[in-house]
Design a protein around this ligand. Structure first.
Ligand SMILES: NC(=O)c1ccc[n+]([C@@H]2O[C@H](COP(=O)([O-])OP(=O)(O)OC[C@H]3O[C@@H](n4cnc5c(N)ncnc54)[C@H](O)[C@@H]3O)[C@@H](O)[C@H]2O)c1
Length: 345
């Protein structure tokens, strides 16, 4: 450990927690100082690395006094753990989604603001250089006025994934389980939505929860977007299979998001940008350009950002208040697909 490394602890050493632990070990600006997990079997993860292990997260906070904490527990524990950290003035990175309870998330967002303790929500795709290039193109006006866009989450989850009861029941389904990242990027790239309508189906698997849905979105700017959502569709048109962020997914040369405007359009993650020379016209040839961007693992970039947040050099890019808006949009989408009515946000 050196003086200029921040001391980080991880709460929850499950599948994602172990990824974060690996990223911390690879980050020059940080050192892992402790792991807490309610499951005693997680002790072997800490032993292998040679850091103290605690079954009680609050005891770890009090004894180790880390400079920053990563909360990688099941969603319902995010806020109880984060409140303990904020009470102790420990900056915290909370895995997405901030909570599974919108009202509690709103309450916590206010509490964190009042306490003035930095809280970052783990919407890691925001650190993907391809996303940031797209943001630059859109905000720089290169696509003109945004008109229509389409975002796809069309994937096939293996059938054995559904052997676990809760994954077949109400409250699960791809909208609540998987769409948080896509909705966060939809907001980041296009803006705030103010109304959604949708329809869902459980026809492919026949479970209580949906396996497929289509959603239409209206934005405050008057732009429009649609989302096609399915975890029972054998297709490469999803971020997971195309963005090369996670080695669990075999990468395909395809796109998941298509963003359109009056002057041009852009697909992601490949960044195929289409534009006319001069005035737009359907009779003129479209030019395609691909901006050269160096790929980076967004989780690693997120960790670097968290280190900068802890030492006071950067402000959290995804605050609780920001993530509450993602949760609000997601909740509206779920409600719209269940009621088949237009839901305003
Ligand atoms: N950003 C991403 O790419 C990404 C990917 C997967 C999961 N996640 C998020 O990460 C979080 C964890 O997901 P996961 O798939 O790793 O789950 P998991 O079940 O594999 O791991 C959760 C861990 O938390 C531990 N835990 C439970 N109660 C605890 C307590 N009271 N104190 C300390 N530890 C406790 C469990 O024992 C387990 O080891 C979720 O919020 C999920 O949404 C994010």
């Amino acid at each position: 450990m050196s003086d200029n490394q921040v001391r980080l602890a991880v709460i929850g050493a499950g599948a994602m927690g172990q990824n974060h632990i690996r990223f911390i070990q690879e980050e020059k600006g940080a050192v892992l100082v402790a792991i807490a997990d309610a499951y005693a079997g997680a002790q072997k993860v800490a032993e292998k690395i040679g850091v103290p292990f605690y079954q009680e997260a609050t005891q770890m906070m009090d004894e180790v006094k880390p400079d920053g904490l990563l909360i990688v527990t099941p969603n319902k524990l995010h806020l109880p753990m984060a409140r303990e950290a904020v009470r102790r003035h420990i900056p915290v990175l909370i895995e997405k989604p901030i909570s599974d309870n919108l009202e509690d998330a709103k309450k916590f967002a206010e509490e964190a603001k009042t306490a003035k303790v930095p809280v970052l929500i783990g919407q890691h795709r925001r650190y993907n250089p391809f996303v940031n290039q797209a943001k630059k193109v859109i905000d720089g006006g290169e696509l003109g006025k945004l008109t229509v866009s389409s975002f796809h989450y069309m994937i096939y989850k293996n059938d054995s994934y559904f052997d676990v009861d809760w994954r077949r029941q109400k409250g699960a389904g791809p909208i609540l389980v998987n769409l948080v990242h896509d909705v966060d990027l939809l907001r980041y790239l296009i803006g705030e939505a103010d109304a959604v309508q949708g329809i869902s189906s459980s026809n492919a698997r026949g479970f209580e929860t949906e396996d497929s849905a289509v959603v239409n979105i209206h934005f405050q700017s008057d732009a429009l977007a649609s989302m096609t959502i399915s975890d029972a569709t054998a297709s490469p048109w999803n971020w997971e299979a195309t963005a090369r962020e996670d080695p669990q997914y075999r990468p395909f040369e395809a796109d998941a998001y298509f963003i359109g405007g009056t002057k041009g359009s852009l697909s992601l993650p490949r960044l195929h940008q289409f534009q006319y020379d001069g005035e737009s016209s359907w009779h003129k040839p479209l030019r395609m350009e691909v901006a050269p961007v160096d790929p980076q693992l967004p989780h690693k970039m997120q960790l670097k950002h968290f280190v900068q947040v802890i030492i006071g050099k950067e402000e959290p890019t995804v605050t609780p208040t920001d993530n509450v808006k993602t949760l609000q949009t997601l909740t509206a989408i779920k409600q719209a697909t269940e009621t088949r009515e237009i839901v305003t946000i």
